[in-house]
Write a protein that binds this ligand. Structure first.
Ligand code: CIR
Length: 254
């Protein structure tokens, strides 16, 4: 069975890290209601949702994706690029330990889960402001024995690799080609976001369905025309914290 770890939106999310967006007021109640819609979508798609309690002092802790990479064979506890986010991994270690052998990215290396895109045995790691080559080397050392190939991909203009590209079908990536080069992803097909919706490249793929925000209707139409089934949720409140669809869960085979 697929498990999704999520965490309640922190009351301090208004103090979140911001890199590319100007600070805008965030309505915590609305963000929580939208986050519940997201959890409901995961449940509707058959996942068991392990919802962690709020971390009142950790502003960005709803974005659990950045704390770990969970694979079938093991999990890697990451070292987020923003110092304020490093304590978020403590509770994630506890919740993942019963399920997987754990590796740990060691200082001074740093990498956010938002920079890690896995497609089969290929693992692409964004070189962004949050992730560095030292972390990529550590990931390689941990994961090569399991048959994974780890590749670096330069990203510009956005926070994470997965702001620029995510998987939407077995052989297809949804991409904003202004933020990451298609040549990084050998042998894949691409659907480009509508250029008027630069933040539209982030979707959560579950089986053959994606969970997708309601904010990008033009790109959604392109996806549906390509035969991709979409389940939509409102997510514009956490988008003010530079959060997207993948950031709010850690999904793995339980
Ligand atoms: C941050 O800057 O770390 C948060 N405000 C947003 C993190 C979003 N996470 C993700 O895309 N994986």
């Amino acid at each position: 069975m697929l498990i999704a770890i999520t965490r309640e939106v922190s009351r301090s999310v208004v103090n979140c890290e911001l890199t590319h967006l100007a600070r805008a007021p965030i309505d915590v109640k609305r963000a929580r209601a939208q986050h519940s819609q997201y959890e409901a979508a995961l449940k509707r798609l058959g996942l068991a949702v392990l919802s962690l309690p709020e971390e009142p002092d950790l502003a960005d802790s709803v974005f659990v994706e950045d704390t770990a990479l969970v694979l079938d064979e093991c999990a890697v506890i990451l070292r987020p690029g923003a110092e304020s986010r490093r304590p978020e991994t403590e509770s994630i270690v506890k919740i993942l330990a019963p399920y997987r052998k754990l590796f740990h990215i060691e200082a001074p290396a740093h990498v956010d889960g938002g920079d890690i895109l896995r497609v089969g045995k290929q693992i692409y790691v964004g070189l962004s402001t949050r992730s560095d080559t030292n972390a990529i080397e550590q990931l390689q050392d941990f994961l090569q024995p399991y048959g994974y190939e780890v590749h670096a991909a330069t990203v510009t203009g956005c926070l994470h690799l997965k702001s620029a590209v995510t998987q939407v079908a077995e052989d297809t990536l949804l991409i904003n080609p202004k933020w990451v080069d298609k040549n990084n992803f050998d042998g894949m097909n691409f659907i480009e976001i509508d250029p008027s919706e630069p933040y539209a490249a982030n979707a959560v793929l579950i089986g053959e369905t994606i969970i997708y925000p309601t904010s990008f209707p033009k790109t959604q139409k392109k996806l549906e025309e390509a035969g991709i089934r979409t389940v939509t949720v409102d997510a514009d409140e956490l988008a003010k914290a530079e959060g997207a669809m993948t950031c709010c869960s850690l999904i793995f085979n339980g």
